[in-house]
Design a protein. Sequence first.
Length: 419
Amino acid sequence: MSQKAKLLATLFPHFFLPTSSQEQHRHTESAIKRITRYQVEGEEVASAYYIGGSTSKTRKAVYEQLMAYLNTDAPITTNDIITRWLYLSSGITEACSSYILDLITRLDRERHEDIFPNLNLVFTADTATTSHHTTMVDSLNYLCRINFSAEVYIALSTDFKILTTQEIVTQASTEYAFNVPKAFVPYATLFESKTSTPLLTLHYQSNGDLFLLGKEHYSGNGKFTMIASRRNHRWHCYDMDLLEKLFRARFNNNHIGKSLLKIAFELSHEHHGGLIIYDPSQHIYEQQILNPKSSDVQNSPDPFIKNLSNVIRSTPKQALSVAPNMMQILKNLMTLDGCVIFNDEGLQSVGSILSIQTEHCDPTIATALQSTFTSILGGRNAASLYANVLGGIALKISQNGTITLYTRYYRQTITLEFL
C-alpha cells in the first residue's frame, strides 16, 4: 500500500480502510454494504460507511477536497493531513491550521519537567482590532510559556492574535455536547455565544495529550464534536457523525450504538479500562464463560450488580438503550473486572471471564482461532479477539485511553483504534 493510503487509514481508522482484491467486494456485509471507494496513488481505499446518497453536499465536498489533496505529487506527512483536515472540517483558515500545528510542535519541544502547560484555546472568526497589538510570533512565544488552569481559556483570531483571556462558565447545556468527554461540555456553550463566533477549540493537557473540537458544520447538524486528537503521541481524525452511524450499524441498534460510543469516550478520557461484547449469535454466552454465575445478573449476590442490572432490564428488548440520565449505570458496569455481554434479547452477563480455546467444532473457526492466538495477549485484548472470531463485536477501552472496536469487514477481523 502507498504511503499516503497508509497515512489515511491510520489517521482515520474509523472511516478509511484499505481494500485488496475486487473479489472481496462481493462479500461486503449488508450492514455496511453501501461504501465509497477512493483511489490514493493507485491504491483503493474504501470508506467504512457510505458518505454518498443522503449525506450533505458539503460533507461530500470535504472528502473530495481531502482526496484531491492526497493525490498531489508532493510527499505528504501526518502534520500535512492534520492541517488540511482542520481547515476542511472546522472552518478556520489554512494559515491558522498551520499555526496550530506550529504551536503544538513548540509546546512539545519547550515543555520542561517542572513546567507543564495546560492550555485551552478558542479560535474565533472575530477580527483583531487595533487594541490587540500582538503578532502571530508574539502569540506563539506567549502561549508556549504560560500555564493556565483547566478553567481558563484564551480566545484568538484566525490570524493568531490573542483577543482575550476568560474563565470558563461552569453551567453548560449538554444539548450541544455530541460525543465529547464531560470535561469539554462547557465549550459547547461557547459555540452558541452571541458575542463571538467560535470555530475551533484546542486543549493541550499537562501530559501532552491534546484534543481539537468544534462544530460539525459540514454534516448539517451543527453539534459540538471531536475533530482530532493526539493521545500517546498518536494522531487520529474524526467524523463523529459517521462514526456514530458506524457504531449504530455494527451494534444493530441506534440507541445502543450511540450510548456505547459516548460511554467509550468518557471512559477513555478518564483512563478507565472496560470491555463490552455484542453476541448476536449467542456463541459466547454461557458456553465460553468461566464464571457462569456472572450470567445470572438478576440473582447476583453482589447488590451493586443486581440493582443496576434490574434497572437496565426494565426494558429487556432494549437492555442497553438507556436514557441519558442512566448512562452512568452502564458505564459503571463496563468498569467492573471481566466483560459485559449482551445480545438482541438484552443484558446477558456482567463481570464475565471468557474461556479462550483454540479448538472448535467448526474447522473454519478453529483455523481462525489458531491463527489469531499465535502469541501471548493481554486479557481484554485476547477476550476481544476471541469474541470477534466467534461472531461477536467487542468494544475495548484501555487504561491508556485507546478505544478499539473489534469487528468484521469483508469477512475479515479488523480492529479500529481511535482516541
